[in-house]
Design a protein around this ligand. Structure first.
Ligand code: NAD
Length: 498
């Protein structure tokens, strides 16, 4: 049995708590590793190591810090196939999709190679007589990141790349479902020249998370996962005086206007709805055709495409998507599909009976397509996080716009149309954080910031892009005056600039 411990002070170490969790290959349903779950003492050790390493790392000039990421990017490219296969073996997604997961994180590492420029402060010469004023961006100290199972390469890199580039040290608590890639990333960072202790990986569950939230040695917490946990982490971290950014669940709508190219829209829905078995926070889970004629034409195109989807293990190069991550997820998704049928939605493609030949114990879910879903149904309200697309028919544009506007989540949204006026009105009015115009998954690139609105996000600064540099640094503003002014004696009234 493969035992996975933690990564502390530059090396893998065995867990000592006696508590473990099983890691599965979702395609076979077999246990592939036993993961150590950290105790408070193990977290303490990781934080102590991170604190000891941080001052020296922060004092390393930013060009040298950037060079570690230059080498790390090179190592990621050199190890891409191995990392992607490892990722797929614990997550279940196809190897090509795993490469996308890694590359989206790699791009954030490329972005932070610009850290000497990105973290430059501001300077005003002559803010008053003989007075200069300047702002410094200093690291927060030790940061922590708590990540979900669905992007085990990208999301850890979203967090640790800017945090470390800014001069912080970092404690990563990966998802207990797929911890092997995060452990490899930490090893590769050491190979790239990162000093020991700057990046620590502490594996664990709720206990490790609660330990992080209470730990006085940790100044900032970044979280990505489901909304109830995001809300809990945000409340606890901020109550304990830490800065926090916490990203939660999603229910992303795609509006299809009557003038849209329906072939394009249908293809976009297939990729965005079923890619990665629907286990993406930016997956489209609700399609909103405007008008019954549009809906009927769209359904005619969607049904055969959904029926033709190829499901398979990650080793099948032709598979469109693989299994979902756990048996519990598989059961939850299938139960929600049952609920949708009971609630009166029309299940046009029924994947409930799907069995993967030769992989009968794998966590596969057949593709499901619902028509005539309504906003009061559970399958509309809840995040299903599986290969299930719901079609909600809207009578006109205003009704279509009101659906994502009224939903509790506000991560991503898209509109398909040929009309610039409709697209412009939509992007301006919709209360969702990331908007696509004829783009189904509008995930911002590394040099823009990623984040949703409403209950998809708690806190104010987003992931990567300029926001990440603000999140992982504290601003210190210095007002300085050199001798001449001081000679005139003390001032007793509030100094103001005239
Ligand atoms: P999850 O909330 O179950 O787990 C996320 C992290 O929280 C894991 O590290 C886990 O160990 C920890 N955790 C779980 N239960 C906890 C508890 N009770 N107390 C403290 N910590 C706990 O999420 P998941 O199933 O791994 O990921 C899927 C979810 O993440 C979906 O809801 C998806 O939409 C969301 N997600 C959001 C974004 C985004 O950017 N908004 C991106 C990716 C995933």
């Amino acid at each position: 049995m493969n035992e996975i411990g933690h990564f502390i002070d530059g090396a893998r170490v065995a867990g000592t708590s006696g508590r473990t969790a099983d890691v599965f290959n979702p395609a076979t349903g077999q246990v592939t590793a036993r993961l150590a779950l950290a105790s408070a003492a193990e977290l303490d050790r990781a934080v102590a190591g991170a604190q000891a390493a941080q001052a020296g790392w922060a004092a390393t000039n930013p060009q040298r810090r950037a060079r570690v990421f230059m080498r790390f990017v090179q190592l990621l490219n050199e190890n891409m196939q191995e990392l992607a296969e490892l990722l797929s073996s614990e997550h279940g997604k196809t190897v090509e999709d795993s490469k996308g997961d890694i590359v989206r994180g790699l791009e954030v590492c490329e972005f932070v190679i610009g850290i000497p420029h990105l973290a430059k402060g501001e300077f005003t010469e002559g803010a008053g007589p003989g007075i200069d004023m300047y702002s410094l961006r200093q690291p927060v100290g030790v940061g922590a990141g708590i990540t979900p199972f669905n992007f085990p390469a990208m999301i850890p890199m979203w967090m640790f790349a800017p945090a470390i580039a800014c001069g912080n040290s970092f404690i990563l608590k990966p998802s207990e479902r797929d911890p092997s890639v995060p452990m490899r990333l930490a090893e590769l960072m050491i190979e790239a020249g990162l000093p020991k202790g700057v990046l620590q990986v502490v594996n664990g569950d709720k206990d490790a998370v609660d330990g992080i939230l209470a730990h006085p040695g940790i100044s900032a917490v970044s979280f990505v996962g489901s909304t109830p946990i995001a809300a809990h982490v945000y409340a606890q971290a901020t109550a304990n005086g830490k800065r926090a950014q916490c990203f939660g669940g999603a229910k992303n709508h795609m509006i299809i206007m009557p003038d849209a190219d329906l072939d394009q829209a249908a293809d976009a829905l297939i990729g965005a709805g079923y890619g990665s078995a629907g286990e993406r926070c930016m997956a489209i889970s609700v399609a909103v055709p405007v008008g019954d004629a549009t809906a009927d034409r769209l359904m005619e195109k969607l049904v055969p495409k959904v029926e033709a989807l190829r499901i398979g293990p990650y080793t099948d190069k032709d598979a469109d998507y693989g299994p979902v991550v756990t048996k519990a997820s598989q059961e939850k998704i299938l139960a929600l599909v049952e609920k949708g049928v009971a609630e009166g939605a029309e299940l046009k493609v029924d994947g409930r009976g799907f069995r993967m030949q030769g992989y009968e114990d794998g966590f596969f879910v057949g593709s499901c397509l619902f028509d005539r879903v309504t906003p009061d149904m559970d399958i509309y309200k809840q995040e299903i996080f599986g290969p299930v697309l719901s079609v909600v028919r809207a009578k006109d544009y205003e009704e279509a716009l009101s659906l994502p506007m009224r939903h509790e989540y506000g991560n991503g949204v898209a509109i398909y149309t040929r009309d610039g006026d409709a697209a412009r009105d939509f992007t301006s009015r919709v209360n969702v954080g990331m908007v696509g115009v004829n783009v189904p998954i509008p995930t911002p690139l590394a040099y823009h910031s990623f984040g949703g609105w409403k209950r998809s996000s708690f806190g104010d600064l987003n992931q990567h892009g300029p926001d990440s540099i603000r999140f992982w640094t504290r601003t210190k503003t210095v007002t300085s005056r050199w001798p001449s002014g001081i000679k005139s004696g003390a001032e007793f009234s509030m100094p103001v600039m005239r």
